[in-house]
Write a new protein. Sequence first.
Length: 360
Amino acid sequence: NQLKVDDAAKIIGCWKALAKQGLTDELNGDANPMKRAVAFCQVIEPSTKARTHKVSSKNIAGIFQKVVETYQDKENLDPAARLTCQAEHVDGGMNASQKEEKIDWLKAETEDGICRVLSNVRCLSEGVDVPALDAVLFLTPRNSQIDVVQSVGRVMRNAPGKNRGYVILPVVIPAGKEPHEALNDNKTFAVVWQVLNALRSHDDRFDAMVNKLDLIGKDPSKMEVIAITDKIQPKAPRTNGNNNPGKGTYAIGLQAKRIDKIEAQGELAIEIGEIERAIYAKLVQKVGNRHHWEDWANDIAKIAQTHITRITTILESPENKAERAAFDRFAADLRADLNDSLGERDIIEMLAQHVITRPV
C-alpha cells in the first residue's frame, strides 16, 4: 500500500526542527529555537476530490499550531520547551499591499518562544527580502531545481545574530515498513533527493560532504535526522480468517483444533537509528557522485603533473641560478640521508607531492 501523506506528522516534524529538539551537540552556539520560517506547499486550496493528496498552504497555516498544541499536550512537554508557532498564508492572488503586510508580519520582531511561519506555494520563491529568515520548510517536492535553489536562497542570507540557515524536509515513514523499503518505494522522499541535489549543485562544500558520507557515516554539523518518535512499531500480522475447523491442525481420534490467529514470533520495533543510517546510505546513492573518488584521484594526478612541469621549467631556465642552487643542496641532502640513487626526476615528483599534501 502506498503511504498517505500525513500533514499532521509533517507539521510535528517541522515543529521539532524549528524548536531544535533532538539535535546533537554539533549545534552548540546556535541552540535557540527559530523565529521565522517560510513553508512551501503544493496547492493553495485544500481539495477533497483529488485522486492524490496534495498539501494545501491554507490548510497548513490553519492547523499548524493546533497540531503542535495537541502533540505538546500528549507528550507532556515542559512549558519551557513549548515553542509556539504562529502560521499565516500568502499567495499570488493577493494584492501588493496584502503581500507586503504578510512579509512585514514575518519580518517583525517576536517574543522568545514564538516562531512565525509563512506558508505559500510559489510566491515566496524569489524577490522576498527577509535576511533574518531562519528556515525554509519543503512539505512537498518543487516543480524544478531552479525553484529549489531560489527557495533555499531565501534562508542562506547573512543577518545580525544569525549563525545558520536551515532547510527542513519533513517525511513520513509508515509503521511496519523497513527503512530501506520506505526509502525505495515511497514518493514522499522525492522532496529530500530533489532539495539535496539542488544544494549539492549550489554548494561545493555540501557536495564534498555528501561524497564523504560513506566514509565518515554522517556530518551532523551540516545535516541531521530528527524523529518524532523513538521507535516505529511493526504492523500486526494479518490473521487468515479461517472459520473451518477441518482446516486446522488435528490428529486421528482428537478433536480438531481451530486456528483463529497466527502466532507470529515477536517483532522488534524499528529503532530510529536504523532509519537514520538507511537515509544516509540512500543519500550517497541518490545524491552523491559515484565516481567522486576516481575523479578526485584524476584531478590530483593532473595537479601533480602541473607542479612537476612548473618545477622542471624553473630548474631548466639558466636565469634561475638561485633556485637551481637551492634544489641541488636539497637533492644532495636527500641522497645523503635517504638514498644516493635518487634521480632528479624522483626528487621533483617528491616536491610536487609535498606541495599538494602540505595544506593537509
